[in-house]
Design a protein around this ligand. Structure first.
Ligand code: IMP
Ligand code: MG
Length: 192
């Protein structure tokens, strides 16, 4: 019998990754969040805003787990490097929909420091939506540097580097159906 994919180690750039969250568990959790959003959004037609690239598998599964009328839009964050000590400046690209008065559900793959989501919420607010909710598959709560509380969280995880199901290492591993964590033995090589 074949060993299930999720029991195998993965190697990228000489780093070893171990299975962390299996696709069945992700599916189960996404279904629960979908049901929660269905209840919460009664009487509204939410606009899901998927933050590319990482959130595409989560957004795709989540919107199909929601049993109400909904729309989806995609945005991308453009990062500028080399801004001195301030680090990266991000600009939202691609939102053409009129979001005034709408219920927005920002869909993220992961919240780490919170820099990205805080910037996104601020940019969205400028367009006067009725409300902004945040759905993130993963939340590294210990790494958070802002006062922001996601409305829907798939999994709370420790501050470890993970890949798969949309999350990447230099563009690789987004296509893995399961989520993997960087092996403890390679922890000292981490540079994210
Ligand atoms: P934040 O702005 O620090 O919250 O980070 C958000 C972004 O950092 C995510 O959208 C990811 O692109 C990236 N990121 C944070 N943690 C990880 C990880 O463990 N694996 C892969 N990408 C990550
Ligand atoms: Mg992302």
């Amino acid at each position: 019998m074949d060993t299930p994919n999720c029991t195998k180690l993965k190697t990228y750039q000489g780093l070893t990754f171990e299975p962390y969250i299996e696709s069945d568990k992700i599916k189960e959790r996404v279904a629960e969040i979908g049901a929660q959003i269905t209840r919460d959004c009664e009487g509204t037609v939410p606009l899901f805003v998927c933050v590319l690239n990482g959130a595409f598998p989560f957004a795709s599964d989540l919107i199909r787990a929601v049993d109400c009328d909904a729309e989806i839009a995609f945005i991308r964050l453009k990062s500028y490097e080399g801004m001195g000590s301030t680090g990266k400046v991000k600009e939202v690209m691609g939102l053409t929909e009129n979001i005034e008065g709408r219920t927005i559900i920002l869909v993220e793959d992961i919240i780490d420091t919170g820099n990205t989501i805080v910037k996104l919420i601020d940019d969205m607010k400028a367009h006067n939506p009725a409300r902004i909710k945040v759905a993130t598959l993963l939340f590294k709560e210990d790494a958070l540097q802002h006062k922001v509380e996601p409305d829907y969280v798939g999994f709370n995880i420790p501050t470890k580097f993970i890949i798969g199901y949309g999350l990447d290492l230099d563009g690789m591993a987004r296509n893995l159906p399961d989520i993997y964590v960087l092996s403890e033995k390679d922890k000292d090589k981490e540079n994210v």
